[in-house]
Design a protein around this ligand. Structure first.
Ligand code: BV8
Length: 246
């Protein structure tokens, strides 16, 4: 594993970036950090909510016991997100969808900023904070950036829940299988802004590497994935990704 600071992007990575056709990017909360979105494990104000660690309030158990508390937590975060914009990292990744013959963008984030930057076909492995889902019939509703969220299902009248994958819940049907298939096919894999602690998504770079992909991590800090990577670009996504693009 070669660890370099942003300014010295290795020649091999530049060469692979110029010639690759199947590229996969996995993003986590760090790609939105420069937009002002607090990360989960960076000690910001979304690591804990009303005394509960985020992986307790964002869990299937919490939803079963107190749906309204879980809504308050997500309403709070939408209130923060409402005024935030994509950053250079999101815009760069949006350009990459035109640059490579097969480009796959997998995100663990629920903030919608990749789409806001122009990315299409984003595989949202953990759902979206901008959608609600009926707990009975599963019908989904968009939540407006301004104004109130719908509070009952317009189709069956039952209660709604955030359309987000909580701890202890399965990922959306087929999402991980599609992601794993793309990971096994890619020749160049970037892992951007994730602590690589949450499974199943954290298994995807391992699948890519085992299938022969060149693995590049972009993160100011080391993670459990760093040693598996061919190169670690130490720095912020908003600084590093545009440099690759030049
Ligand atoms: C599952 C949506 C099968 C909600 C999220 C016990 C019981 C039940 C399950 C488990 C268990 N033990 C383990 C598990 C499995 C569990 C898991 O992996 N737990 C971990 C924590 C040990 N996984 C699950 O439960 C998953 N489902 O396994 O299903 C199953 C089913 C039933 C029963 C058992 C198993 C579901 C996981 C999905 C949870 N939902 N989000 C919400 O948003 O509230 S996960 C949550 O963490 C976020 O989505 C986030 O994306 C994800 C990962 O975090 P990161 O994105 O990496 O963010 P983090 O803050 O950690 O790191 C930020 C990084 O950015 C840092 O490295 C930092 O250095 C870097 N950074 C900072 N600034 C920048 C930067 N990088 C670049 N540029 C910068 N400027």
């Amino acid at each position: 594993m070669q660890s370099v600071v942003a300014q010295q992007i290795p020649a091999e990575l530049r060469q692979r970036f110029q010639t690759a056709s199947q590229v996969l990017v996995l993003t986590g909360a760090g790609v939105s950090a420069e937009s002002g979105v607090p990360t989960f494990r960076g000690g910001a104000n979304t690591a804990v909510w009303q005394g509960l660690p985020f992986d307790v309030i964002s869990s299937a158990t919490a939803l079963e016991h107190d749906l309204s508390a879980v809504w308050q937590w997500f309403d709070y975060r939408r209130g923060i997100l409402r005024y935030l914009e994509p950053n250079a990292a999101h815009y760069t990744l949006a350009r990459w969808q035109e640059r490579f013959a097969q480009f796959t963008l997998l995100t663990q984030n629920v903030d919608g900023l990749h789409q806001a930057a122009g990315s299409n076909d984003v595989i949202e492995m953990h759902g979206s904070i901008w959608r609600a889902r009926c707990i009975s019939c599963g019908v989904r509703f968009e939540i407006p950036r301004e104004g109130e969220r719908p509070d009952i299902c317009f189709a069956c009248g039952d209660r709604l829940r955030p359309d987000v994958v909580l701890f202890g819940e399965m990922l959306p049907t087929g999402a991980f299988e599609l992601a794993a298939h793309r990971a096994s096919e890619c020749e160049l894999c970037f892992v951007v802004g994730t602590s690589a602690l949450v499974y199943p998504p954290a298994a995807l770079p391992e699948i890519a590497k085992a299938s022969g992909a060149y693995l590049c991590e972009v993160n100011p800090e080391q993670t459990p994935l760093s040693d598996l990577c061919d190169v670690v670009l130490t720095g912020k996504a908003g600084d590093i990704l545009p440099q690759l693009d030049q």
